[in-house]
Design a binder for this molecule. Structure first.
Ligand code: GDP
Length: 299
């Protein structure tokens, strides 16, 4: 895909350089490959795992030519990555109604934009959508979400600045039931520096939702900024201590060469990446597919 161009050329160039002038995959090629993966933001742990897999492959097959390395790398990386087992998001259908998506993540990562894009896609697929502005901490967050609700033409539930986020979440879910809505997407505040507060706020939001729909939220989507590379992985780990996350969206993969971080995120967190953001517009959201993603990196 266009949006992954920078990551793709970064990855491909580095791997091509790693094998330059070599015919077989030997120690030196593996060393170069290790360095290439590290500088492509794949991260230490995932890089080591990939190198180990290649080493095992070389030991098993005795002779591995550098010409085959791309294919083998692709196979091993794909085998390593987790994929989502439920595929409803792939065509923006809803597994149950109303389907409640709670969106979490640190401010600035592209949370509001991702919610706007999701609303657009769910609506386009024929669903009635409602948004909930439960980030009542920042006036700008409510304003931005309101702009998206107008742009996509879906209703939004909001309250005065500083009101209880759980109360907004409750209203949104209740309204979703009353209006027979298909999917409710709820924004939350992301103040990671105050982890205890964040934890309490998110658990309260979840608790009040369950008063209306016992198994809500059906999805807790963590939004991460892919352009921050390995920092996105660290941020995710911290966030996962604050709440249970069921899926990931990785934004801003256009304009960055650090998309290699997607490999370490999927490999290490064992939570499926469902969406990737490749721009600021409503149709700049891609469904993540590990095969397609790895294929893009190597083609
Ligand atoms: P929030 O604070 O997490 O809600 O972040 P916003 O949704 O307001 O996004 C912060 C900035 O990142 C805005 O300028 C967005 O237009 C931009 N942004 C969000 N997603 C993407 C993306 O996938 N690609 C690019 N290039 N920019 C994005």
């Amino acid at each position: 895909d266009e949006g992954l161009q920078k990551t793709k050329s970064n990855f491909f160039d580095k791997i091509t350089k790693a094998v330059a002038g070599k015919s077989t995959v030997d120690e030196e090629v593996l060393d170069n490959l290790e360095e290439a993966l590290m500088t492509a933001d794949v991260g230490v742990d995932t890089t080591i795992e990939i190198i180990e897999r290649i080493e095992q492959r070389v030991a098993r097959d005795k002779y591995v030519g550098t010409g085959e390395l791309n294919r083998i790398l692709q196979e091993e990386i794909e085998a390593m990555l987790v994929d989502s087992t439920d595929n409803a998001h792939k065509d923006f259908s809803v597994p149950k109604k109303p389907y409640i998506i709670l969106v979490v993540g640190v401010n600035g990562v592209g949370k509001t934009t991702t919610i706007g894009k999701l609303a657009y896609n769910y609506k386009k697929a024929g669903n009635n959508v409602i948004l909930g502005a439960a980030d009542t901490f920042r006036a700008a967050a409510v304003d931005q979400l309101t702009i998206w609700s107008e742009r996509v033409d879906v209703p939004i539930v909001k309250q005065a600045m500083g009101s209880d986020p759980a109360s907004v979440a409750f209203d949104t879910v209740q309204s979703a039931v009353a209006k027979d809505v298909d999917v409710a997407i709820i924004d939350t505040a992301g103040r990671l520096h105050n982890k205890v507060h964040l934890m309490e706020e998110l658990s309260k939001i979840k608790r009040v939702m369950k008063k209306v729909i016992p198994d809500a939220p059906h999805e807790v989507l963590l939004v991460l900024d892919g352009s921050t590379g390995q920092n996105a992985l660290e941020q995710a780990k911290q966030f996962m201590q604050a709440t249970e996350v069921t899926a990931l969206a990785i934004t801003k993969l256009d304009g960055t060469a650090k998309g290699g971080v997607v490999l370490s995120i999927t490999n290490q967190l064992k939570i499926p990446v469902k969406f990737i953001g490749v721009g600021e517009k409503m149709d700049d959201l891609l469904i993540f597919d590990k095969h397609e993603f790895v294929d893009t990196l190597f083609s």
